[in-house]
Write a protein that binds this ligand. Structure first.
Ligand code: ADP
Ligand code: MG
Length: 729
């Protein structure tokens, strides 16, 4: 009997690293080669059009229809020079991933022929036939079609032979059907709110930028082995598989030498990413075997989100070329670290100030404290919602699973910053600040030593950690669209800053000095946001008890957590900040629940299929071999002696019988639980049923299968084992 597993293992072991030519140019020379960046705009656009477009990009000026035609013309010329034949509006629907529909640059000329054309109209707006993208019913209730509209703040780029135009995707009545539209609104909100707070310190600030530097973790698995694992192919994770005798306990993979096949994949990926303008900087092995990480330098959030989406699709393509599959699932292997996407986030001004970085003077430090504390206020007020923004059926395996960030949002500040906040809170106000002093204003806000920027005391268990000049949101899932977390975070901070300013202004209006008023309110908020501040071990059991006492959101059920989007406070926040309206939030939640259900449903089906078609047949096949052997032994030695000599085999025969029976019964239960759940009308209730009644049954079945893997003869087992998936490369 041929066994696909052994063929796959043999194929995989034979693979040689794929040579990747080193480009003749230096990285700084080919960086952005495939991007219609300013350099190219300058070259391909008339001077006045260039100036107008830059004004749109930098200052949010209105996009004048007349310039769209000229820009399209320039883009088309650039595309021609690069042998590009198609174009597409590239957008981010509510499914994870990106969507595109390619059109050739040809139009009817009205005389029975074809002309090559790309007009401003085609650049600015399209109507993809996208009725199958999830919309949570928005397009049914409002208007049947959605359209995509050009986002000039994220540059057009070339993938293969196609010009890709980043766009938002909205319904005709204006509701967002994607991630980008609300993200852009959230970024505008935080820019406005933060600029106004900055004016207390510097009236020249015109704009505040939200920065995002993501770190992308992923696994690589040999393509042949992947193909022999239907669960990996269909669900992105292994639904079964016993621990490998060796996995990550030696910590010998982390920062170790990168295997050559992988190294070549990374080199290829980096070259192509750099050409697309993604500023890749670091790459290394992660904790788990066959797990790796890639991180670029941080960028403006909208662009960083696009670049992450682009990188994820690029990774899949290039991995394939090198005979790998990339796994972006948050938890592809049980018992081994999962993958996340740390989101390093900060705000900075157009005057060059990093608002989450400590300053050199007491007044700069006061501004720093304001931005830190108001971030904490936003995160505290909306901690449940923030968790909802990163929750998914797949990330649920990671959150709270005792290795990754817990399913409770808290913030680590470190000793220096905690001391500083305590100093401000506890000091007597006249010691902190004295206007009557001889030298005018005296401000006792001690300087923070540079050293904290070196991340000296890092806390890896904190989901939202301060790391010197930014916060690092570590709970984001590896396959998620970063925009989901960034929408909530930036909106929550925008709201906190708006509220802060209102209260400071009220004190000023009553005659209080500006700095005194800022100190008053910031002290109030240091106290108010205390419950979110936690520097201890986020994985400990005591923290769960403590967090509940503090009133932090401790819910673990994924579909229940999604409800946080519809809390009164959440709706108010999104509406006040002009990011989303209630009907949009409702629609998006329908999509979340439906997606959750579908994911679990697919897993349950695959679990059933594999149990019945792989596991039980293989186990019973082995059982028959053993039974035959017992029979032979009795023939040779007689009943008594033959039975005694076969006792081990007889025990295994029995174990296989018991376990396969349990698996069969488990699969039947699983099917029944699904039948009941599928009849439920409401998406919410259905998702809850899948979570409460379907998902746990898969764990029970898996337990029996993993035990069988240990007793069944290795040569019969058809699914590649953990040790093969994790160590062959
Ligand atoms: P780590 O030690 O966590 O791997 P790195 O120094 O590699 O951290 O940085 C991780 C990411 O954080 C990078 O994308 C980096 O550009 C980004 N980053 C650094 N400073 C900031 C900042 N002030 N705001 C946002 N992102 C930042
Ligand atoms: Mg990090």
């Amino acid at each position: 009997m041929t066994n696909l597993r052994f063929e796959a293992v043999a194929e995989a072991s034979r693979k040689k690293p794929l040579e990747v030519a080193t480009p003749a140019e230096r990285p700084s020379e080919f960086f952005g080669k495939k991007v219609f960046n300013r350099q190219k705009m300058y070259k391909y656009l008339p001077a006045d059009i260039y100036a107008k477009l830059v004004d749109v990009i930098d200052n949010g000026a209105r996009l004048d229809r007349s310039i769209a035609n000229e820009v399209a013309k320039g883009m088309k010329q650039w595309a021609d020079d690069n042998e590009v034949t198609h174009y597409t509006h590239w957008f981010q629907p509510l499914t994870e991933g990106t969507a595109e529909k390619h059109d050739a640059f040809i139009e009817h000329d009205g005389k029975g022929g074809m002309i090559e054309e790309f007009s401003g109209k085609l650049l600015a707006q399209q109507e993809p036939d996208a009725s199958s993208f999830p919309s949570g019913g928005i397009r049914n209730t409002f208007e049947a079609r959605g359209y995509s509209a050009w986002d000039p703040t994220s540059p057009v780029f070339i993938m293969d032979d196609t010009l890709c135009i980043p766009t938002i995707f909205i319904s005709y009545t204006g509701e967002a059907l994607d991630y980008k539209a609300p993200l852009l609104r959230a970024l505008r909100a935080v820019s406005t709110a933060a600029s106004e707070v900055c004016h207390y310190f510097d009236p020249e600030v015109k704009k505040v930028t939200s920065n995002l530097g993501w770190e992308q973790e992923y696994f690589l698995v040999d393509e042949n082995l992947y193909a022999a694992r239907p669960d990996l192919m269909l669900t992105g994770r292994t639904l079964m598989g016993h621990d490998s005798a060796k996995n990550q306990q030696m910590d010998d993979h982390y920062f170790g030498t990168i295997p050559e096949r992988v190294q070549n994949f990374m080199k290829d990926l980096e070259i192509q990413a750099l050409e697309l303008g993604i500023p890749c900087k670091t790459r290394h092995n992660e904790v788990a075997p066959n797990q790796f990480e890639l991180a670029p330098i941080f960028e403006e959030t909208n662009l960083a989100v696009d670049h992450n989406m682009l990188l994820m699709s690029l990774m899949k393509k290039i991995a394939h070329k090198h005979g790998f599959r990339v796994l972006l699932h948050e938890k592809p292997f049980d018992g081994i670290n999962g993958s996340g996407k740390h989101n390093n986030w900060s705000l900075s001004t157009d005057t060059g100030v990093l608002l989450h970085g400590p300053g050199k003077t007491p007044i700069d430090n006061l501004r720093f404290v304001v931005f830190i504390v108001e971030t904490l206020v936003g995160v505290y007020r909306h901690n449940g919602l923030l968790k909802a923004s990163i929750m998914s059926a797949t990330n649920a395996h990671r959150l709270g699973a005792n290795e990754a960030p817990p399913a409770i949002i808290s913030s680590f500040l470190g000793k220096q910053l905690s001391d500083l906040l305590e100093h401000i809170e506890k000091s007597d106000k006249k010691d902190l600040f004295d206007v009557a002093g001889k030298k005018g204003v005296k401000l006792d806000i001690p300087e923070i030593p540079e050293i904290i920027i070196d991340n000296t005391d890092r806390n890896r268990t904190s989901p939202f950690a301060f790391t010197g000049n930014r916060f690092e949101f570590r709970a984001v899932g590896s396959e998620a669209n970063c925009a989901s977390a960034m929408i909530v975070l930036n909106t929550a901070v925008a709201e906190a800053l708006t509220d802060f300013k209102k209260r400071v202004d009220a004190l000023i209006a009553k005659g209080e000095d500006k700095i005194a008023a800022i100190i008053d309110i910031v002290r109030e908020d240091i106290v108010a946001s205390k419950p979110i501040h936690f520097d201890g071990n986020g994985y400990s059991d005591e923290w769960v008890v403590e967090a509940a006492k503090r009133g932090l959101d401790c819910e673990k059920s994924c579909p229940v957590i999604f409800e946080r989007y519809l809390d009164k406070d959440s709706i108010k926040m999104f509406e006040d900040m002009n990011v989303m309206q209630e009907n949009e939030l409702e629609a998006r939640n329908e999509v979340k629940w439906e997606t959750y259900t579908k994911k679990i449903q697919i897993e349950a089906r695959v679990m059933g299929d594999l149990s019945m078609n792989h596991i039980i047949p293989v186990a019973t096949h082995y059982q028959s071999q053993l039974a035959k052997n017992v029979e032979n032994m009795i023939t040779i030695f007689g009943k008594e002696k033959g039975t005694t000599l076969s006792s081990r085999n007889m025990k295994i025969i029995e174990e296989i019988a018991t376990r396969t029976k349990k698996i069969e019964a488990g699969v039947e239960d699983l099917v029944n639980a699904r039948k009941v759940a599928n009849k439920i009308e409401s998406e919410y209730d259905k998702a809850i049923a899948y979570h409460d009644t379907v998902e746990p049954k898969m764990e029970e079945i898996r337990y029996e299968i993993d035990k069988l893997e240990l007793v069944v003869a290795d040569e019969l087992w058809t699914l590649p084992k953990y040790r093969e998936l994790l160590f062959i490369r």
